[in-house]
Design a protein around this ligand. Structure first.
Ligand code: HPA
Length: 252
């Protein structure tokens, strides 16, 4: 089964038939993890808004392990994440999308592995390619199909390096200059440890990232939360079209 992990701006699935919800017990959370199920033409898919339904859980407080475990327990084999990000690459101005193929983890103090207690032996996953190339291609096809149907309105970058910062504050201008020197193209706060935990559970992972602002210091005006909200609203319409196309493609 495919799951969609929704980020900022995507706490609800519009346009799909709801099929109820599961509350999944995990060893990593006192509370059960709520996962919503939806019907598409090709079967069911799961939906998990990582900031909670009410958008109240900040990036560093998300229980990434409980979320990943709950999806695993439901039999999820592929995850498409939707992330709002800041754009660093010149093609990633507000409203543009990216499907990154690499990431750098700058977070700290997050529970980032399942492999630490009661081990039979020390375990290291390989993480050379943090995103699944086949799922990335499937997502890219869905994006292209949605773009075609919507008259090519959206710029979409195939690939790119995602910088995962700790947050919840935005970056300083000097931090963004450093990230650019590090080779980063987009910056967000939630792909890690999400990607690594899913890899530990052998779940394929790909991300559709929406740039909602130029990263700090790249534009002469202050980053405005109102402007971001406007970009998110417009962008999510396209995201829903992509998710429809994704469900229509037989690969998922
Ligand atoms: N930085 C980090 N995370 C973000 C940003 C940003 O500029 N915009 C949206 N998420």
């Amino acid at each position: 089964m495919l799951a969609v992990i929704g980020g900022t701006g995507l706490s609800e699935m519009r346009g799909f038939e709801p099929m109820g919800q599961k509350r999944v017990a995990t060893p990593y959370s006192e509370q059960r993890v709520r996962v919503d199920l939806f019907q598409s033409r090709h079967g069911q898919f799961a939906f998990l808004p990582r900031h909670g339904k009410q958008h109240v859980i900040p990036p560093h407080r998300i229980n990434y392990r409980a979320n990943a475990w709950a999806l695993h327990k439901l039999g999820v084999k592929q995850v498409v994440a939707i992330n709002a990000v800041g754009g660093i690459h010149e093609n990633l101005g507000p409203g543009a999308f990216a499907i990154p193929d690499q990431l750098i983890d700058y977070t700290y103090g997050r529970d980032a592995t399942f492999f630490e207690d009661k081990l039979k032996s020390v375990t290291h996953i390989t993480f050379t390619d943090p995103f699944s190339e086949s799922l990335r291609q499937t997502l890219l096809n869905a994006v292209n199909a949605a773009n075609l149907a919507m008259h090519g309105r959206r710029l979409v970058m195939d690939g790119g390096v995602y910088a995962c910062m700790q947050g919840p504050r935005l970056e300083t201008a000097a931090e963004i200059r450093k990230l650019r020197n590090d080779g980063c193209d987009l910056v967000g706060m939630t792909a890690m440890p999400e990607a690594a935990l899913l890899r530990e559970l052998e779940i394929d992972y790909a991300m559709l990232a929406l740039s909602v602002n130029w990263a700090a210091g790249l534009y002469h005006e202050e980053i405005s939360m109102e402007a971001i909200a406007g970009v998110i609203e417009g962008g999510m319409e396209f995201v829903m079209a992509v998710l429809q196309k994704l469900q229509d493609s037989s690969g998922v």
